[in-house]
Design a protein around this ligand. Sequence first.
Ligand SMILES: O=C(O)C(=O)C[C@]1(C(=O)O)C=C[C@@H](O)C=C1
Length: 392
Amino acid sequence: MPTKPPGAPSPDASASDRRGRGRADSKRAPTLASLRAEIDRIDKELVALLNRRAEIAAQIGQVKERDGLEVWSPAREEEVIRKALAQSRGPLPAQTVRLIFRELMSGSRSLQRSLRVACLGPKYSYSHLASIAKFGNAVEHVPVGSIAAVFEEVNRRHVQFGLVPLENSTDGRISDTLEMFARHSGLKIRAEVKLRIHHCLLGKSPWADVRRVYSKAQALSQCRHWLSKNLPQAALVEVVSTAHAAEIAQREQFSAAIASRTAGEAYGLDILAENIEDQLYNVTRFAVIAEQSEAPTGRDKTTLLLRISNQAGALSKVLAPFEKAGLNLTMIESFPASAENLPGRDPSYLFFLDVEGHADDPAVSKTLDAVRKRCERLEVLGSYPRGDCVES
Ligand SMILES: O=C(O)C(=O)C[C@]1(C(=O)O)C=C[C@@H](O)C=C1
């Protein structure tokens, strides 16, 4: 039941009652100045506490360096955020608590070591937003020109991590990323980021004058019905990223871009329409790629790449051990093994699978041994903590 604010008249109080009580209460009612003084006192304590926390994080950094441990621990960060959300009784919204703790840990991490993360740019692409959602703002986000370049940057050790899109709930797999994994990239998935995607139509011309709409192929596809209904006259033009589309719309007349609200603000465009994605639930899953994957946390997922012979029943034979062990598969994607196929031979297929659990869990490890015997190639692309969906 809603509680009555202190000093508020009860609904049945008479007007003279209220006038009398109003005079008495005005003596006790907090003033703007007294409330602000209270906030100043709390802020003083908060700043001291935040810095105390940062000092301890810096000490953790020294322990990690001594023991040769990695600075970034996505599992621990998820745990800290989960505990903070469970302890919070409001009135701050959960999303605010999450953002505060994300930035707190981002700043603490940067005291231990400065990190660089490559993602598909330019700035304010959804990959960049996913990188901010995972690492916060106290890392160096390095926007590059293609998904292949993200892999390259990590492989050459120009950055510690890369962020690449894996799949979208409306539009399916991101072939450029799967193809890079298929080419024996040698890199591992270290964490996942599930980002809720809200698209905006951004531009400088009135909606009715828009002749061309630029965006990444997946974003155009996710807004296909909205576009055909609302902008049937416009030509749809695919470009490398949504943020690049925003850059073009900034300088070209009668053009618009489909990108995030943040990209619109960054590139000085008007929001002509928002939330134009066809599906209410439009989530892209990104992978953080690195040289190594994560240790088990008890709440993990493993991504596998399989090459299966082109024979009747081969796939069901390969999947049988998962069923026998009661292991849940959360994704399966087939992909032509074009780089490995030879002319004159039946084409073979690669399969990308997500299985719940960590490759070092005894049940998963035993199952993978059985699966390995039934396929032509099995690669563990990474075991990592399962991520929660976050707003972009
Ligand atoms: O617990 C750790 O390992 C820390 O380094 C501290 C901390 C934090 O600020 O809470 C910072 C960075 C890590 O990625 C995880 C957590």
